[in-house]
Write a protein that binds this ligand. Structure first.
Ligand SMILES: *[C@@H]1O[C@H](CO)[C@@H](O)[C@H](O)[C@H]1NC(C)=O
Ligand SMILES: *[C@@H]1O[C@H](CO)[C@@H](O)[C@H](O)[C@H]1NC(C)=O
Ligand SMILES: *[C@@H]1O[C@H](CO)[C@@H](O)[C@H](O)[C@H]1NC(C)=O
Ligand SMILES: *[C@@H]1O[C@H](CO)[C@@H](O)[C@H](O)[C@H]1NC(C)=O
Ligand SMILES: *[C@@H]1O[C@H](CO)[C@@H](O)[C@H](O)[C@H]1NC(C)=O
Ligand SMILES: *[C@@H]1O[C@H](CO)[C@@H](O)[C@H](O)[C@H]1NC(C)=O
Ligand SMILES: *[C@@H]1O[C@H](CO)[C@@H](O)[C@H](O)[C@H]1NC(C)=O
Ligand SMILES: *[C@@H]1O[C@H](CO)[C@@H](O)[C@H](O)[C@H]1NC(C)=O
Ligand SMILES: *[C@@H]1O[C@H](CO)[C@@H](O)[C@H](O)[C@H]1NC(C)=O
Ligand SMILES: *[C@@H]1O[C@H](CO)[C@@H](O)[C@H](O)[C@H]1NC(C)=O
Ligand SMILES: *[C@@H]1O[C@H](CO)[C@@H](O)[C@H](O)[C@H]1NC(C)=O
Length: 738
């Protein structure tokens, strides 16, 4: 089982399979040169400063070459200062010493990680949803991803006027790439153009902002209207990924441009490393975006359910986990004895109910193969002649690949995961129990056979539930900032796709010739644009709100999730504040705001040195104020306690801003969470707000003892004025979970 689960986790990270996830730097140069990002902080405000010539002269100096052709990969010159260049180790050391250079870091490869989901969270179609169309049409969402398929109906500009006046971007998507009044901008950092042949970027863009397109399905599965949260908004696509990955330098460039182009919000379904903020292009780019009033929404990563591997950890980023919706895709397996088993898959291949012989891997084993390996259908283990034309049954998901290459009609295997996916041949993924009864049927029957049916749609009441691949906290970099922040639908999502892209990324197109304009994908990558869409929706009602206000509104109105089920994996460390509710977020009552200088005080409190501070903020910073991590004015409250059995008392300081009605009185209420009992005192316990935008501060004192070392202990603070419930999770934990 453990083995099966391990390999199946690749299945969940659909895109991780073919995109390099190695932590090592990209060495793409034969002469021992590699691409480094030379980061120089904020742009000097002097008018006469020309970044390009400065970059060129630095390069000439360190390389000793007057012609630097091929060395300069890119200049960052719009929102911050720096460049990417091919350097030898010695040159890297020299450039690091030069004046104006803040830091030099190796270029790394990052992983990229309907639409009934909007109905599920209450954002209904058409007149049932309040919209501020004039502002929505002026809202521009920057999508940093694998590009986009411009001809998709989801991005057609029927009914759109010209781009908003504030737009300063361009359409340079490469050959044969045309923008329109919906898809207003395109930039490429890969040399391959912005036309998306991978599929990831098209899918995510349409979840956040795609037009409503009716009668869409995956070969009849999931039929309905595919749509984004803000169909009237505009899209700017920034392509930073090739098949082998998405590089740091490209991601930084995309932030540099998107900020200057005038996007309102950035969605980025790319992640991969849990690094200190100053080494993370997403954290750096997002800090600059935040400073300019632009919220960055980022996927948590697909590294769950192991604790502590979440890579989206900076407090100025909105980090999103993935969960289920109440629509499920299942498929039935009818055995020769009439018994029906229900598995999970997105199977559109119609075998017309015909039964085929069942072959368990171990009965097709080559003599050279042991039984265990044969049961798992490992490579070079099975006799092709026994598999061909039959249904191959395997303990391991990887058996699917073998089944396909050996000409099996279908495949059935154990499903350690909690969602359905598309594949190149009919298959069904059964629960452990159902798989055991299948095996026992095979074992006890002379000529076992079964029919694998096409997928049916079911209503699943047990939703939302965070899926196992979704990355979990605690936060390895800032232990007192709860991450992820929120969860959103991230499995079985039907959305736009390029007809040229492979439906199953590791497979080449020739292995699956189906061409679709919409497909079903899973990942925190898919959850991220749901929250980006929700944030854009909120912003259409409050265009003046800062990134932290929008994030607070979404977090404090999130659905309460229950820590039921599989222990650590289903606590606040999987869902943060809960499940996104876009409509409630428009009217949160109170918000927790944090400005750029609050974040700097937070970083100073973490005792980052001047170099690291300059790297993140782009500025030379003297720490005049330091705050504890837990006193950043964050919408959730979290603290790590050292020592399991000691009693503790910790205090959180918070300030709320009234964005509801004048003359509101909020009373505090504490809702128990799970595990060890926390005693929570709020002072003052009542807040009377006279006017809109009034701010009031309070403290939350949490005490307890004998914490469960294995699980976080939690409670919720709720401010309630009779209308608004402003809820913040409170999470206390020890390091005993490891
Ligand atoms: C442009 O791309 C579209 C979509 O791939 C294709 O159908 C069309 O033939 C291309 N046109 C040219 C001139 O290459
Ligand atoms: C999808 O649903 C619509 C309306 O319910 C129906 O007209 C259409 O035929 C369906 N399409 C498919 C492919 O099932
Ligand atoms: C299969 O049947 C044999 C005997 O008929 C039994 O020993 C064995 O345990 C069974 N295996 C399974 C997996 O049911
Ligand atoms: C319903 O959802 C729960 C939670 O994700 C899952 O465990 C269960 O298998 C689903 N039920 C069906 C019939 O798919
Ligand atoms: C894809 O097809 C090629 C040739 O048609 C075959 O050699 C290869 O094994 C197939 N790949 C997979 C993953 O099935
Ligand atoms: C996909 O969209 C194109 C238009 O971009 C259309 O010509 C084609 O028929 C669509 N394919 C399917 C399978 O609907
Ligand atoms: C959580 O549990 C409460 C109380 O049992 C229940 O009312 C609520 O619906 C549950 N929420 C979810 C998301 O399961
Ligand atoms: C600053 O901190 C970074 C890592 O956080 C470290 O690599 C660097 O050496 C430090 N610089 C100084 C001058 O202490
Ligand atoms: C807390 O308990 C866990 C598990 O029992 C243990 O591994 C850890 O060392 C303990 N920590 C302290 C500080 O005692
Ligand atoms: C708020 O209350 C004050 C004092 O009771 C009153 O003067 C003022 O008109 C009220 N404002 C609103 C908008 O109701
Ligand atoms: C620590 O607390 C745990 C759980 O409350 C308890 O089982 C354990 O015996 C305590 N250990 C000590 C040394 O007090």
């Amino acid at each position: 089982m453990a083995k099966g689960a391990a390999s199946f986790s690749l299945f969940s990270c659909l895109f991780a399979l073919f995109l390099i996830s190695s932590v090592s730097a990209v060495t793409d140069d034969p002469q021992d040169k590699q691409v480094y990002v030379v980061y120089m902080g904020s742009l000097p405000s002097r008018v006469e400063y020309t970044p390009m010539s400065h970059h060129t002269s630095i390069l000439q100096e360190v390389t000793g070459e007057s012609s630097i052709g091929g060395r300069l990969v890119r200049s960052y010159k719009r929102s911050f200062n720096g460049f990417a260049a091919r350097l030898t180790e010695a040159e890297r050391e020299r450039v690091a010493e030069m004046e104006g250079v803040v830091s030099v870091f190796p270029n790394k490869n990052y992983k990229i990680q309907t639409t009934r989901s909007w109905d599920f969270m209450g954002l209904k179609e058409g007149k049932n949803t309040k919209r501020n169309l004039a502002v929505e049409s002026d809202t521009i969402v920057g999508v940093i991803d694998t590009g986009i398929w411009p001809e998709s109906e989801s991005f057609s500009d029927k009914g759109f006027g010209p781009p908003p006046k504030k737009w300063k971007g361009v359409c340079s998507g490469g050959k044969n790439f045309t923008c329109n009044n919906k898809l207003i901008g395109a930039r490429d950092y890969t040399g391959g153009g912005v036309r998306d042949s991978i599929g990831h970027g098209t899918h995510t863009a349409s979840i956040a902002t795609g037009n409503a397109v009716a009668d869409i399905s995956f070969f009849g599965i999931g039929n309905g209207t595919v749509r984004g949260a803000v169909p009237a908004s505009r899209i700017a696509a920034y392509n930073v990924c090739l098949r082998k990955g998405c590089t740091s330098e490209a991601i930084l460039s995309a932030f540099d441009d998107a900020i200057a182009d005038g996007v309102d919000l950035i969605t980025l379904s790319i992640d991969g490393y849990t690094f200190p903020f100053e080494q993370e292009p997403t954290a750096i780019g997002a800090f600059h975006a935040m400073a300019k009033g632009i919220l960055t929404v980022n996927s948590a990563d697909n590294s769950g359910p192991t604790p502590g591997l979440i890579s989206s950890v900076a407090p100025w980023i909105f980090s999103v986990g993935a969960s289920t919706t109440n629509r499920g895709f299942v498929n039935k397996v009818v055995l020769g004895n009439g018994k029906t088993l229900v598995g999970k898959s997105v199977n559109a291949f119609d075998l017309k109910g015909k039964k085929y012989p069942l072959v368990y891997g171990k009965s097709a084993a080559l003599p050279t193969c042991d039984t265990e390996s044969a049961k798992q259908c490992l490579e070079r283990c099975l006799d092709e002649s026994l598999v061909k034309g039959n249904i191959l049954v395997c303990d391991n998901y990887d058996g699917l690949k073998i089944a396909h290459s050996m000409g099996a009609v279908a495949s059935i295997f154990v499903n350690p995961e909690d969602y359905a996916a598309v594949h190149v041949l009919p298959f069904s993924a059964l629960s452990q129990d159902d798989f055991a009864s299948l095996v026992s049927y095979i074992n006890s029957t002379k000529s076992p056979e079964a029919a694998v049916l096409t997928t049916e749609t079911i209503f699943n009441q047990t939703a939302p539930k965070v899926v196992s691949f979704s990355a979990r906290g605690p936060n390895a970099i800032a232990s007192d900032i709860l991450k992820p922040d929120i969860t959103a639908p991230g499995v079985e999502i039907l959305s736009a796709y390029p007809p040229v892209a492979s439906l199953i990324p590791p497979y080449k197109k020739e292995n699956d010739t189906r061409h679709v304009n919409y497909t079903v994908l899973a990942g925190t990558s898919i959850a991220c644009p749901h929250v980006a869409g929700a944030a854009a929706y909120v912003k259409t009602f409050h265009p003046e709100w800062s990134p932290s206000m929008i994030k607070s509104a979404i977090m404090t109105t999130a659905w309460l999730m229950n820590a039921t089920g599989t222990g650590f994996a289903s606590t606040e460390f999987s869902y943060g504040a809960g499940h996104v509710d876009p409509v409630a977020a428009v009217n949160p009552g109170l918000v927790y705001e944090s400005t750029k200088s609050d974040h700097i005080a937070f970083l100073c409190g973490m005792n980052l040195n001047a170099t690291a501070l300059k790297l993140i903020s782009g500025e030379a910073i003297t720490c005049t104020e330091k705050i504890l991590q837990r006193n950043l004015n964050y919408p959730s409250m979290s603290a790590k306690i050292t020592g399991n059995n000691s009693s503790f008392t910790i205090t959180f300081i918070r300030t709320v801003t009234n964005v509801g009605a004048p003359n509101s009185t909020y009373k505090s209420k504490v809702l128990a969470g799970h595990e060890s009992k926390l005693s929570v005192k709020v002072s003052p316990s009542v807040l009377s707000m006279k006017s809109v935008n009034e701010k009031q501060s309070f403290t939350v004192t949490v005490s307890g003892s004998n914490l469960n070392p294995k699980l976080p202990s939690s409670a919720n603070l709720i401010w309630f004025d009779g209308t608004h419930k402003v809820r913040s999770p409170i999470v206390v934990y020890t390091d005993g979970y490891k």
